[in-house]
Design a protein around this ligand. Sequence first.
Ligand SMILES: [Zn+2]
Length: 427
Amino acid sequence: MDFDLMKRQGDVAGNTLLVIGGIQGDEPGGFNAAALLATRYRIDKGTLWIVPNLNFASIIQRSRGIHGDLNRKFDFLPPADPEYHLVKEIKEIITNPQVDLVLNLHDGSGFYRADYIDSQHNPKRWGQSCIIDQSLLAGVPFGALEEIGQKVVRETNRKLDNPAHRFSLKNTQTRAEDQVMQQTLTFFAIENNKPAFGIEASKNFRTNVRVYYHLQFLEAYMQELGISFRRDFELSPQGVEQALKQDIRVALNDHKIQLDISDIREQLNYIPLKKGSKLEFESDNPLVAVLPYRNKYRIHYGNNRLGFLRPQYFEYDDSLASVLVTVDGLSKEFKMGSIVPVAENFLVDIPDGYRVNIIGFTRKGVRNERGFRVHKKDIMPGYSIDKGGQVFRVEVYRNDKFAGMLLMDFRAVQHRTKLLALHQAEQ
Ligand SMILES: [Zn+2]
């Protein structure tokens, strides 16, 4: 459950922005924004370093901090603390000479206002604020904290979804007045001559609205640092909501199995996992984990618990790396673990000695389902991996050993094609 450091470098050199999400595990606006920044933006100039899941174990547990508040451990911390090494590692990243500016993303309660208005809008609240520890960090680029903070707040306030959501700059005057805040990540950064800001979206909003505001801030800071970028979704609360649900995948056991978990059923049965070994998972999305839960596995995506896998254990066979599939009349080799977009029909071909099992498809008296042209209507929708009844498992076996799985995906392919183009451009 280590955190990820995801580096996104443009072709043209420039400043480096470090973005940290998930220091507290129950603030999904911040860590989802950081994850979208890492997965759905492309940088043309300058560099992003993104740690989207600093306190990953707490994110998965939906806890502010399973070992206490991680954002109070940046002053003194005894080596016996379970998060000692985590803190040490992130401190090294923060103080790396390449880092020009640090952002720590939070979700805070209510609405910060300099004057008391009511219980939700007052100086003690944190939501909808940009936080600085002091006005000025002398002698370093971007050290004009107050000036920069005012500017990005102004930028973001031009893009409010509702005028009541406006942001304010909050100066905690940490050095002089706030001993608690002296233990925080941003104050550690300041003490090490790194300009740092906290961004707090209000917990009064749904996650997509919080993420929307975080991304507005992130884009304003990138502009301030001269980092140029592209994103592949519309920046609006609706656009963010969609982006958070799209194309979330996890690969299991060396990519023999890959699942699109965006719309996954609450439980998938008879998932062929490897006998006698620990489940390995891998995802492009830094908020995804697959962890044992009683006699099953649970799929986590940030604070969300998407569903369970109920395993059936097999020996694995590694002799077949890919499978020939004819999709809508065109034949192509697909690696094990592929998710294959299909418009009309597919036909799976494999060498003798292997057996195909299309889950939810049956022909009387047939055990090996290779060589059948299969339409969606030929498969019982209840066997899809998604709630929408559109994505189906094709499993390949050799004798009693599992050789790999493919998914046949009958959903609209438009957004996937777009994404693919973006990822290819990055490589
Ligand atoms: Zn927080």
